[in-house]
Design a protein around this ligand. Structure first.
Ligand code: SF4
Ligand code: SF4
Length: 89
């Protein structure tokens, strides 16, 4: 069994109370880390939720979501590769 220890390059904050459950972000997410929840939000929709890991920070879900403020994408600041940092020292 292999374990992926690399940190995720991004993360998302889903505003489940604004979500209309259209599923566009779920379909569009390349690593498939979004899904529609079993529960209902205040509008009676199944909101999209994040699996909690595996996001690449690509931003595709943000661009396909028709709801303003439905999704916030956070990108992790990338650290320079060790060898590049050493070469520049
Ligand atoms: S930013 Fe990209 S990888 Fe992350 S949840 Fe959205 S579509 Fe998926
Ligand atoms: S695209 Fe937006 S409105 Fe549609 S399911 Fe995803 S978060 Fe909800």
């Amino acid at each position: 069994m292999t374990t992926n220890t690399k940190p995720d390059r991004g993360s998302v904050e889903m505003n489940s109370e604004e979500c209309k459950g259209c599923g566009l972000c779920v379909e569009a997410c390349p690593p498939k880390v979004l899904r529609l929840a079993d529960r209902l939000n205040r509008y009676g929709y199944h909101p999209a939720v994040y699996a909690g890991h595996g996001c690449t920070g690509c931003g595709i879900c943000f661009f396909v979501c028709p709801e303003p403020g439905g999704i916030k994408v956070l990108r992790r600041a990338m650290e320079p590769a060790a060898e590049l940092a050493a070469a520049c020292a």
